[in-house]
Design a protein around this ligand. Structure first.
Ligand code: CMC
Length: 418
């Protein structure tokens, strides 16, 4: 017999269906609660709310597990490329050799961005934040690929969108960087693989193989992360049947904030501030613990991970490897390691289960790769795009599709009169 949960509201008691996920997660289905009782639920920050049913990504925050379509993140980082993981997220299976080479060829065909998008990027002030330009360029693509903006897409359109978005965002991201540097934009080089082409368009030079490989792993680590703030934003916007360009542009905006993807930029700025202050991180730890001070240890803490963030573990390992391969000695890495060690022994962080997250070490690698600080969150967006697309595709294909429209508990004035 299907499991139910009893809810006793005093005046009435009802049985609510219990849903169990394939990894054993349990949820109480309250979708009929208001109709049956007149009550709604309240969940500040939605920390206890399952907003959808999903087959894409599983996280066990207590155990530090992250899986995409059943594959662990460690396994994917070791054995797959970013394009394979992107395909896995979007189509639900890893590509075979023919599917992968077809995807690579399709991306090469659609990696050049329209002249109007180049002009739009160039119209921004050189010191404009790259995330604002990237988001604007993304939504502007809707004007150039109008045939992909229907509110109900065919399977053929969904196939066409996938390589298009991967190709366009790669070139947009590199162009945004070039513009900020006051340099001419560079067109894609179709002889290069995805990550190498991005680096080539950014720097104008054919990249070192180790650098391209490291960046590819970083992109994999960011590919999807279930219902985070930006993925939820993509789903909310997509639920109004807004087109994919608008939905992903909104995801980019959500990612920009320092509590989400913008933390990678904030971490590096924090490490530099510690360095400029003489390198003593204890003062910054004390600030983070002080409830009167809004400062937080950037790159620390996570809504879901309460043990460790498996992505941070992989990145930390890569930090040592990349810096050694590139022959870079960055004192910020030592400051980061010291900060982590001290915080992990401090009762404040231990009690609240605050650990380094994906953003804590990623900036040190981006810096070693020559990527400027204000581009870090664009790198996150580039990596996260397949996850957003997969979340959007799953949303529009789901049985029982509905617009997302939460309720509220009104606490304002009543019966005012003029
Ligand atoms: N430094 C100091 N205290 C912290 C921190 C931190 N980084 N993070 C959480 N806390 C404290 C917080 O003050 C609260 O304390 P108390 O119980 O005494 O009020 C407690 O820990 C729980 O925090 P919360 O704000 O309720 O946790 P949350 O799940 O709402 O927020 C978070 C999660 C990631 C926004 C938060 O940990 C944070 O602001 N971290 C710093 C920003 C950051 O690194 N963001 C990147 C997240 S991972 C990648 C991504 O999503 O893009």
């Amino acid at each position: 017999m299907a499991k139910t949960a009893k809810l006793d509201l005093g005046e009435t008691t009802i049985d609510l269906p219990v849903i169990e996920g394939t990894e054993g997660e349990k949820a109480v289905d309250i979708s009929k609660l208001r109709a049956q009782t007149g009550y709604i639920t309240y969940d500040n920050g939605l920390g206890n709310t399952g907003a959808c049913l999903s087959d894409i990504t599983f996280i066990d925050g207590e155990k530090g597990v992250l899986k995409h379509r059943g594959y662990t993140i460690e396994n994917l980082c070791e054995k797959s490329s970013y394009l394979e993981v992107s395909y896995l997220a979007y189509f639900g299976k890893l590509p075979n050799a023919d599917e992968l080479s077809a995807l690579k060829a399709q991306i090469k065909d659609v990696s050049k961005i329209p002249d109007g998008i180049k002009a739009l990027i160039k119209s921004f002030p050189k010191d404009a934040h790259p995330m604002g330009i990237t988001s604007a360029a993304m939504v502007a693509l809707s004007g150039y690929y109008g045939h992909l903006t229907d509110s109900d897409l065919t399977d053929k359109q969904k196939q066409e969108i996938f390589p298009l978005m991967l190709g366009q965002l790669k070139t947009i991201s590199a162009a945004v960087y070039r513009h900020g540097q006051g340099k001419e934009l560079i067109d894609p080089d179709t002889s290069l693989d995805y990550t190498s082409d991005f680096l080539y368009m950014m720097t104008g030079e054919k990249p070192n193989v180790d650098v391209a490989k490291s960046l590819d792993v970083l992109l994999i680590l960011h590919a999807d992360h279930e219902q985070n703030c930006s993925a939820s934003t993509v789903r909310v916007v997509g639920s109004s049947k807004a087109n994919i360009f608008a939905s992903i542009s909104a995801g980019i905006d959500a990612l920009w904030g320092p509590l989400h993807g913008g933390a990678n930029q904030a971490v590096l700025e924090m490490l530099e501030a510690i360095q400029n202050d003489g390198g003593g991180y204890e003062k910054f730890i004390a600030k983070a613990k002080d409830k009167e001070d809004p400062f937080r240890l950037m790159g620390f803490g996570h809504r879901v991970y309460k043990n460790f963030d498996p992505r941070a573990k992989v990145i930390k390992g890569y930090c040592d490897v990349v810096l050694e391969k590139l022959n870079v000695q960055d004192p910020l890495l030592e400051i980061a390691k010291g900060l982590e060690k001290t915080a992990l022994q401090d009762e404040y962080f231990v009690k609240r289960k605050l650990f380094p997250n994906v953003d804590f070490y990623s900036g040190i690698i981006y810096k070693a790769l020559g990527i400027p600080t204000n581009m870090f969150t664009v790198m996150f967006a580039l990596g996260r795009q397949p996850g957003w697309m997969a979340q959007w595709k799953e949303l529009i294909e789901q049985d029982g599709f509905r617009i997302t429209r939460p309720r509220q508990i009104y606490q304002g004035k009543t019966d005012e009169k003029l």
